[in-house]
Write a protein of this length. Structure first.
Length: 336
């Protein structure tokens, strides 16, 4: 157990925390045919049930963070359709991706529905990989990921093994649901965004016209974003979304504006994945709170890669620093 050089008060709880979460309903979860076919059986074959479990776990990640969308009556739930693409990717390379389409369903200025499309390739199942994706067999924990990515502190875990064999479907779905929750260039987000007039040369190829970095500054959150948007794993050229579309990646030269230094990080809402598992950050939740008026629970309450609680009950604490450490563990009812 590696401990940090600062006081840590950890209250680690099961993933199914006792919070009454916002209702995010996967509307076509059980549809394997007909007009709402989710196509998971076509994409993942014998691993379709495993892929569904991954998506279920991704939805839990957001459901426990957003305690209420505060839509007002009578709307009380967010409707999410998740589908496999109609045909496999044929573009050069082995990459896959996904995209979120925010349906024109807004309630009191808040997104209330989205459709996520999962791209795939014609690659046979092997172990826990299928159609170009790695499908976590223990989707309700992060046991296959360890350590702290020094590019982002505790929000990205690196694979325990040298590689997974394919991108993590869990991280991708959590990312796309993040767009669906409102983390993309839109009027509410961009009300807090300012064009830095610094061109994004990290995300490539360049969009037309070139995309700039945008500062996001709200009462409870400050972050650096880029207007650059990829084609979601397809051959579609990148586009300039003219606002806060994705978080700025690691590699951006830090710069000072409005008396604050802005950085890029390896992050869940980067335009491209990190090769590990990305978690929702406290900053993401605070941005949604300020932009849309959601009632939130900070994601750090449910664990980061400083503290990882696996489904088998193993608690791992790995925090940075080499000094003396104090960690306090507390039992509240049946929760550690």
């Amino acid at each position: 157990m590696k401990l940090s050089s600062r006081w840590n008060r950890l209250r680690l709880q099961p993933l199914e925390d006792r919070i009454a979460p916002a209702v995010i309903r996967w509307t076509n979860r059980n549809d394997s045919s007909g007009p709402n076919d989710n196509r998971f059986d076509e994409l993942f074959g014998s691993l379709a049930a495993q892929a569904i479990n991954v998506v279920d776990a991704a939805i839990v990640q957001w459901s426990r963070v957003i305690e209420s969308f505060n839509y007002g009556n009578p709307t009380t739930e967010y409707l999410l359709a998740i589908n496999g693409a109609a045909s496999p990717l044929t573009s050069t390379g082995m990459g896959v991706g996904a995209s979120a389409n925010i349906n024109p369903t807004f309630v009191n200025g808040k997104p209330a529905a989205a459709t996520i499309t999962i791209q795939y390739r014609s690659i046979a199942n092997s172990g826990n990989t299928s159609s170009g994706w790695w499908l976590d067999p223990t989707a309700m924990d992060n046991s296959e990921f360890d350590g702290v990515n020094n590019l982002t502190h505790a929000w990205v875990g690196l694979p325990v093994a040298p590689g997974l064999g394919a991108p993590d479907l869990m991280s991708t779905i959590v990312h796309e649901i993040g767009h669906g929750m409102g983390l993309y260039s839109n009027a509410q987000m961009n009300a807090f965004a300012t064009d830095t007039e610094v061109v994004d040369t990290i995300n490539t190829p360049a969009s037309t016209p070139p995309s700039n970095f945008w500062r996001f500054d709200s009462p409870n959150a400050h972050a650096l974003f880029t207007a650059w948007n990829s084609g979601g794993g397809t051959a579609t050229p990148p586009s300039n979304q003219n606002g806060a579309q994705h978080t700025a990646p690691f590699g951006v030269t830090p710069f000072v504006q409005a008396g604050r230094t802005y950085y890029g990080f390896a992050d869940l809402m980067n335009a491209s994945g990190t090769g590990g598992r990305e978690l929702i950050t406290d900053t993401h939740a605070r941005m949604l709170q300020d932009a849309f008026g959601y009632t939130i629970n900070l994601p750090s309450r449910f664990g980061t890669f400083y503290d990882r609680l696996d489904s088998d009950g193993t608690l791992t604490i790995t925090t940075p620093g080499n000094g003396p450490d104090i960690v306090e563990l507390e039992v509240i009812g049946t929760d550690l």
